[in-house]
Design a protein around this ligand. Structure first.
Ligand code: NAP
Length: 381
């Protein structure tokens, strides 16, 4: 916990990133900010933000509330931002429930991802200017709020000519997809990748980034009444094959592998049986990368897959990747540039989204937790 959002005792950045700082007004940092030059600031008069806060862990629709939060003044290396849009991702839900790997000090503002526009910058800010679009560099920023004072170093810019929903959903899922397609197997055009939860935000990014690289995707989704519609949508965005979970065990798979090479890489966002079934179809020596556990069941690896196929069973967490590459930020910048280029070229679109006003958050949180929705809830501020 302390690692994630230490309160005011450590860095000013950490203080600002904690919503608690906004409420509790860390005196040390306020002192700094007040004494500092904030040439573009309107002054120390209190401004407020509307924010979706949780004061305890539990069911999101019960513990999250829309509240007014006082903002700290803008320090010399701070920026005042207006949040534009922020998605509700499974990790946001898990953080509120208290089941995620990193948890904020409470009370906390929900949301780890989203796009904001710079409104004002402190006098020593050099890398950003009013009008720029920015996204968080790390998890834990608390994006479900209307305005925020953030450290310049907490955010990274994006071009502001890409669609709003693409910008709001770029920093987590497409980055996860990008890294998993780049860092585990040497994939070449013509190779194939198999993935479950193919209709998830990550899955849709995998489909599109793989397609842009000439890599085929075998996309596994759970059956539903609108399966054909969903399959058509995933194929329209570049998915090569779309199959139902239960087909993974059937002889039809043999037919599929007559026209498609066995995958070098399996991407598992589900766990349980679904992961075991993906593993069975890997090439000799291939890798299965687990990045999510939507079924909340462990991954079972068949002994034969280890002995006779020497599969590699790996895991990936984009938050750790960002932290490991935070010292100079070049790798993150390069990845975002490449992803934004794909967006600008029309090769990477936002996942299917439902836009929801911030005040309708309760329904949005409930919807985000329902199965088979196939659309990401995005809060519009
Ligand atoms: N490791 C990382 O760095 C990283 C980064 C990003 C995301 N993630 C994780 O990746 C997963 C997907 O995130 P997202 O934002 O892409 O999700 P999302 O867009 O909200 O979609 C959720 C997906 O999970 C599926 N799903 C839900 N419950 C399921 C169950 N019981 N069994 C099988 N599938 C189920 C849904 O399929 P239906 O349509 O069939 O319900 C849908 O495909 C989450 O676990 C998230 O925490 C991890």
């Amino acid at each position: 916990v302390a690692m994630w959002l230490p309160l005011c005792s450590t860095s000013r950045t950490a203080c600002r990133r904690s919503y608690a700082a906004a409420l509790l007004k860390c005196p040390r940092h306020w002192g700094n900010a007040n004494a500092s030059v904030f040439s573009h600031s309107a002054g120390p008069a209190a401004r407020t933000s509307k924010a979706l806060l949780f004061r305890k862990h539990g069911d999101p629709s019960h513990v999250v509330q829309l509240e007014d939060v006082e903002l700290p003044p803008i320090g010399p290396t701070d920026v005042l931002v207006k949040m534009l849009a922020a998605p509700i991702n499974p990790s946001d839900i898990n953080m509120i429930q208290g089941t995620y790997a990193i948890l904020p000090d409470l009370p906390a503002v929900g949301g780890n991802e989203g796009v904001a526009q710079i409104v004002e910058v402190g006098g020593q800010v050099t890398s950003l200017k009013a009008g720029d679009w920015v996204i968080p560099k790390d998890a834990g920023l608390g994006t479900w709020r209307t305005v925020a004072v953030l450290a310049e170093d907490d955010v990274i810019s994006l071009p502001n000519d890409i669609p709003l929903l693409s910008a709001a959903t770029l920093g987590v899922n497409p980055c996860t997809a990008f890294r998993m397609l780049s860092d585990f197997e040497d994939l070449k055009p013509g190779d194939s990748v198999i993935q479950n939860a193919a209709n998830s935000g990550v899955g849709q990014a995998v489909i599109q980034i793989a397609a842009a690289r000439g890599i085929s995707t075998i996309n596994v989704v759970r059956d539903r009444p609108e399966f054909t519609q969903l399959s058509d949508r995933l194929k329209a965005m570049g998915g090569t094959h779309v199959i139902k979970e239960e087909v993974l065990r059937r002889p039809e798979m043999k037919e599929l592998f007559k026209i498609c090479p066995k995958p070098k890489l399996a991407l598992n966002g589900v766990g349980g049986n679904s992961a075991t079934e993906l593993l069975r179809h890997l090439q000799y020596g291939g890798s299965m990368v687990t990045y999510g556990g939507m079924a909340k069941k462990p991954v079972t690896v068949p002994v034969s897959a280890l002995i006779f196929k020497d599969v590699k069973v790996r895991g990936f967490w984009v938050t750790q990747w960002k932290r490991d590459h935070s010292s100079d930020g070049k790798a993150f910048r390069a990845m975002l540039d490449e992803l934004c280029l794909l967006v600008q070229q029309g090769q990477l679109t936002a996942p299917a989204c439902t836009e929801v006003g911030l005040q309708d958050y309760s329904e949005a949180l409930d919807t985000a937790m329902q199965p088979f929705t196939s659309a990401k809830q995005v809060l519009i501020m």
